[in-house]
Design a protein around this ligand. Structure first.
Ligand code: ZN
Length: 445
């Protein structure tokens, strides 16, 4: 029997009122497995550029990498198309599902590059379609078929470098749309027993449970971690207070900063492209209504505003303490092209070097050591105690202690994007080709 390798990418199936593309992947894992299809990898959940204006909720695309007998080719494709069709919110305007099938062992470099662009910037459907044609892939689009872009991107992001895992547990249909029932204490226990192998379970500042999403989607919770075993261990500790229909472990680019691309100078910052850029603080930060903090950075090429919005919590308080002259690196995206000047929405702040801050004090009396007082503007100082006078004395600069320390500062977990690398992951990045060990990674009713 001859076998073939197939990469199946799909995206843009959900709407704000229902659905979730990961859930379709979970259904397909069951369906295809029962057909005898072999999975070559965990289902891949690939988050694309969070700064594109037309993103779906969370902007996550899916890819299944499988092998099956060649004569099953049509059967597999039909199964995928019908599952996507049945579970997409097709009546919702703006939900435009797309599926891409690529039947070849290796994902071509050009498709990998396309994916990288879709994660860090902007790609077009036209480019996607030309790659699909060139590499003899097949695309199926519903309505405007914009999901083809995400589908091809999910295929192209082979997660060969840094990646993480997420175990997602799904609710039964009758519970969807109702408040999620989960034992909060068990989540805290899980966090204690598995952190830092799992991360972003609980918000340290507020104590809020972060693994449960809000909204009408079918997800009960998702646990993120470094390895499949870590998230499975977590799953065993968490006590759900409602039935779990099914669960799946995904391999993802969550928590890897994959969206952030370093640019050399501030003039290269463009709308919709999340960046890492260095500069010097040009003016002391100001707080604007809503408790948002704005500061400006500059280099030899340009000047740009940076905003730490209220939900960024501690990051906003740190940003507020910056002063003119501080040398920083900022990470974040520019949403609005109409913003003048452009504004980077701060996700992370790297304080590289702090400028000295001075306060100016009256000089001390050289005779008795007491602080002197001014005799008027530019008229020098005199001592009250011994009456020493010095018409030429000037205020003295005293360097003040800064309340900041150089280092990395990140938004609170509750306001982190899916892609934001939390501090706890620094130094844990998986590098080069990492062998992926497949463990039992799904369960269905
Ligand atoms: Zn004196």
């Amino acid at each position: 029997m001859q076998y073939e390798t197939m990469h199946i990418g799909f995206d843009d199936t959900d709407s704000p009122r229902r659905g979730c593309t990961t859930y379709i992947a979970a259904l397909l894992v069951e369906k295809l497995s029962k057909m005898g299809v072999q999975f070559l990898d965990y289902p891949n959940l690939v988050r694309l550029n969070p700064n594109v204006p037309w993103k779906t909720r969370g902007n996550g695309a899916l890819c299944l990498r499988i092998t099956c007998p060649m004569e099953m080719d049509v059967e597999v494709k039909e199964a995928v198309v019908s599952e996507v069709e049945q579970n997409s919110d097709l009546e919702w305007e703006g939900t435009d599902p797309g599926i891409v099938f690529l039947t070849r062992k290796k994902v071509p470099k050009e498709i990998r590059e396309f994916a990288s662009k879709a994660i860090t910037g902007i790609v077009t459907k036209k480019k996607a379609l030309s790659l699909i044609k060139r590499f003899e892939a097949e695309a199926v689009g519903f309505k405007k078929g914009r999901g083809i872009i995400g589908g091809l991107s999910a295929i192209g992001e082979t997660l060969e470098n840094d990646h993480t895992y997420e175990l997602i547990a799904y609710r039964t249909p009758e519970n969807r749309g109702t408040p999620r029932k989960i034992d909060a204490e068990s989540v805290k226990k899980m966090d204690k027993e598995t952190f830092p192998e799992t991360f972003n379970n609980v918000d340290a500042e507020t104590g809020r449970i972060l693994i449960t999403p809000r909204g009408p989607d079918p997800i009960l919770y998702g646990v993120r971690g470094e390895t499949p075993r870590a998230v499975k261990k977590a799953f065993k500790i968490i006590k759900p207070l409602e039935p779990i229909e099914r669960w799946v472990i995904f391999r993802t680019n969550h928590g890897t900063d994959a969206h952030l691309k370093p640019v050399n100078s501030i003039k290269d910052v463009k709308p919709f492209h999340p960046v890492i850029v260095r500069g010097t603080v040009a003016s002391n930060p100001k707080t604007i209504p809503g408790s948002h903090v704005i500061f400006t950075i500059t280099d030899r090429t340009a000047t740009i505003d940076c905003a730490a919005y209220e939900p960024t919590g501690k990051l906003r308080k740190i940003a507020k303490k910056l002063i003119r002259g501080d040398h920083v690196e900022v990470c974040g995206g520019v949403r609005e092209p109409a913003d003048h000047p452009l504004t980077i929405n701060l996700e992370k702040l790297h304080i590289i070097r702090l400028a000295p801050r001075f306060s100016y004090q009256n000089p001390r009396c050289p005779k008795c050591g007491r602080r002197m007082e001014s005799m008027g503007r530019n008229k020098g100082f005199r001592c009250r105690k011994c009456d020493f006078k010095d018409p030429n004395a000037k205020k003295v600069a005293v360097e003040e202690k800064r309340e900041l320390k150089p280092g990395w500062y990140v938004t609170e977990p509750r306001s982190q994007r899916h892609l934001t690398k939390p501090l706890i992951r620094y130094g844990k990045e998986k590098k080069g080709r990492v062998k992926v060990e497949l463990i039992d990674c799904w369960h269905s009713p």
